[in-house]
Design a protein around this ligand. Structure first.
Ligand SMILES: Cc1cc2nc3c(=O)[nH]c(=O)nc-3n(C[C@H](O)[C@H](O)[C@H](O)COP(=O)(O)O)c2cc1C
Length: 328
C-alpha cells in the first residue's frame, strides 16, 4: 500500500516522469558508504588524478584503479587491444609504474579531495609481494583493496595465483592481517570449475567480498600474416560477449554464499544488464568495456535507469532486489 501511494505521488509531482530523488541508490559495503553501486572497473581508463575527478563527476559510486604490481611493468608490445564480436580482447600485460610510485604520485594527492571511494587493485605474484605491498598501502589513506587473482594473460600473476589455492589463501590472510581496517576483495575468473571451493577458501581466509569476473583468456589471429594479432599473443575477452558467463558466476556465488558481498562485472552495458546482476545476487557492479562505446555517460544512464525501474516496480531501495532471482 505504502509503495503504490508513493508511486502515485511520484507521478503527480513530476508530470509523469519519475522523481529521481525519492530513491537513493546509496549502499553500504560493510563500513564503506557508496552513493550508488556503479563502480569503474580496473584497468579500463588510465587513472591520472584528472581522470579520477572526471569519473567521480560523471556519477560513478567508486573507482577501481588499474592493477599495480610490486615492481614497475612495461606491459606487452603493441597491438594490445583488438575487436571481437560483441567485445574486446586486450593484452595490456599489466603495465604500471609499480605500487610505490602509483600510491605516492597519484593516490595520495587525491584521496582526501575526491568524494567517492578509491579501490586499489593489486596484482601480487607471491606472499612476499603482498607483504611489501601492504606496507606501502598502510598509510596511504586508502581503505579498500581488490586483489587481482584473475588476469588471464600475464604469467605468474592473476590466474596463476587463483590456480594455487594455498598461496591464494595465504595472500589473503597476510593482506587482511596487515591491513586489518581495510576491505579486502578478491577478483576472480570464470576459468575455474570449483567455484564454490575457491570462494570458500577466499572467504575463510578473511576476504570481505568477491568480484566476479575478469576477462576470459582469448586469442585473435590475422589470416593474412597468419599470426596472432596481439603482441602478448593471448589476451582477455571482455564486453557483452562475456555477460552471461559473469552473470552465471554471480548467481552461483550467491547460491553458495548469500550472506557475502559479491560484486558483478562483465559485459554490463545498460541498466537492464545491471538489474539482472542485482537479481542474481550482486550488491554492486563494475563497469568496464562499455565505456569505450558510451563514454562515461554510462554512469548517469545506469543511475537513471535503475532508479526508474525501482520506482516502477515499487521498491524503496536497491537492497530489496538483490538475489531475488533465487526465489524460484
Ligand atoms: C583494456 C582493459 C584493461 C584491463 N585491465 C585490468 C586490470 O588492470 N586489472 C583487472 O583486474 N582487470 C582488468 N581488466 C578487466 C576489467 O576490469 C573487467 O573485469 C573486464 O573487462 C570485464 O568487464 P567488462 O566486460 O565490463 O569490460 C581490463 C579490461 C580491459 C578491457
Amino acid at each position: 500500500m505504502k509503495k503504490s501511494l508513493r508511486k502515485l505521488e511520484t507521478k503527480c509531482t513530476r508530470n509523469g516522469s519519475f522523481l529521481s530523488d525519492i530513491l537513493s541508490l546509496e549502499i553500504n559495503i560493510e563500513n564503506i558508504k557508496l552513493r550508488n553501486p556503479f563502480i569503474l572497473a580496473s584497468g579500463i581508463l588510465d587513472v591520472t588524478p584528472s581522470l579520477f575527478f572526471r569519473v567521480a563527476s560523471s556519477g560513478a559510486g567508486a573507482i577501481v584503479t588499474k592493477t599495480v604490481t610490486l615492481e614497475e611493468r612495461k606491459g606487452f608490445d603493441n597491438p594490445v587491444i583488438t575487436d571481437a564480436p560483441c567485445g574486446l580482447i586486450n593484452s595490456m600485460g599489466l603495465p604500471n609504474p609499480g605500487i610505490k610510485y602509483f600510491v605516492n604520485k597519484y593516490v595520495k594527492s587525491i584521496i582526501d579531495k575526491i568524494d567517492i571511494p578509491i579501490i586499489l587493485s593489486i596484482g601480487p605474484s607471491s606472499v612476499k609481494d603482498v607483504y611489501e605491498m601492504s606496507n606501502i598501502v598502510l598509510d596511504s589513506g586508502l581503505k579498500w583493496i581488490e586483489i587481482n587473482a584473475s588476469c588471464p594473460h600475464v604469467k605468474g600473476h592473476g590466474l596463476t595465483v587463483l590456480g594455487d589455492e594455498s598461496m591464494l589463501g595465504e595472500i589473503i590472510r597476510v593482506t587482511k592481517k596487515k591491513l586489518s581496517n581495510f576491505l579486502i576483495f578478491v577478483k576472480i575468473s570464470a576459468h575455474i570449475t570449483n567455484l564454490a571451493k575457491i570462494a570458500e577458501t577466499i572467504f575463510s581466509s578473511g576476504a570481505d567480498g568477491i568480484v566476479a569476473i575478469n576477462t576470459l583468456r582469448a586469442i585473435a589471429i590475422d589470416i593474412w600474416s597468419k599470426k596472432p594479432i596481439l603482441g602478448g599473443i593471448f589476451g582477455g575477452l571482455s564486453g557483452p560477449a562475456i555477460k552471461p558467463v559473469a552473470l552465471r558466476c554471480v548467481y552461483e556465488l550467491y547460491q553458495y554464499f548469500p550472506e557475502k558481498v559479491i560484486i558483478g562485472v562483465g559485459g554490463i552495458s545498460s541498466w537492464r544488464d545491471a538489474i539482472e546482476f542485482f537479481l542474481a545476487g550482486a550488491s554492486a557492479i563494475q563497469i568496464g568495456s562499455v565505456i569505450a562505446f558510451k563514454d562515461l555517460n554510462i554512469f548517469k544512464e545506469l543511475n537513471d535507469g535503475v532508479i526508474k525501474y525501482l520506482n516502477k516496480e515499487g521498491y524503496d531501495s536497491i537492497n530489496e532486489i538483490i538475489g531475488l532471482a533465487h526465489r524460484f
